[in-house]
Design a protein around this ligand. Structure first.
Ligand SMILES: *Cc1c(COP(=O)(O)O)cnc(C)c1O
Length: 221
């Protein structure tokens, strides 16, 4: 099936309130343009430099989401255009994003990444750390960042019951942390689910899925 067919098939199979992030990392601009022409406007990348190059070369009505782990010294390369940063996992990073956003007179939306998987390789914060960040004075003083939700990645396993437990844990965490409302915290987004598990994620409350290979095919690194 073509990129367009894959995209339209997925879009028609998910509920309307669920946003689809087309994860285009490693893929050439021509592939992204095929998705764009089929109506896709939200693209997710995991490397800041690659995203910045694609931003320069593509239509300006695209929303660019950074879904990968963010190094603080690279925030400046995406601060002028990034629409949503999914993988925020420390107060230090929050402060740097705020600083760079201020330079561009913007407020940058971010999701806190919660560690739900068992593997050491998956980044993210504990629930306790996320909660204390959101309740801290240092955070409440920041005017150029807005926390709009949570993101998580499940363990890479065939065991769907295990994945479901992790998704449900994140859903509960989201419902709890959502009650924290402040000038820069207003949670409405629960970003969970990828090609192999997005249907399950949606059934567990996800309203933003990040799908790569089911749209663009396998990645060749
Ligand atoms: C690559 C990636 C995805 C998409 O993975 P697929 O299995 O290709 O759908 C989703 N989320 C994150 C954080 C990723 O790095």
């Amino acid at each position: 099936m073509s990129i367009k067919e894959n995209l339209l098939q997925i879009k028609s199979s998910i509920p309307e309130h669920v946003q689809l992030v087309a994860v285009s990392k490693t893929k050439p601009v021509a592939d992204l343009m095929e998705a764009y022409e089929a109506g896709q406007r939200i693209f997710g990348e995991n490397k800041i430099q690659e995203m910045a190059e694609k931003f320069e070369n593509m239509p300006k009505d695209i929303e660019w989401h950074m879904i990968g782990h963010v190094q603080r010294n690279k925030v400046k390369y995406m601060a002028k255009f990034v629409k949503l940063i999914h993988g925020v996992d420390s107060l230090k990073l929050v402060k740097e994003i705020n600083k760079q956003a201020k330079k561009h007179d913007r407020i940058i939306d971010c999701l806190l990444q919660i560690k739900i998987a068992e593997e050491d390789s998956k980044f993210g914060m504990s629930v306790t750390d996320a909660s204390s960040l959101l309740n801290s004075e240092a955070f409440s003083a920041l005017e150029n960042i807005q926390i709009t939700g949570l993101m998580g990645m499940a363990t890479f396993t065939e065991n769907m019951q295990h994945v479901e437990r992790e998704f449900k844990f994140l859903e509960t965490t989201y419902n709890n942390l959502k009650t924290i409302r402040s000038s820069n915290c207003n949670m409405q987004i629960l970003s969970m689910g990828m090609s192999g598990d997005y249907e399950l994620a949606i059934s567990c409350g996800s309203n933003m899925i990040r799908v790569g290979s089911s749209i663009f095919g396998a990645r060749n690194y």
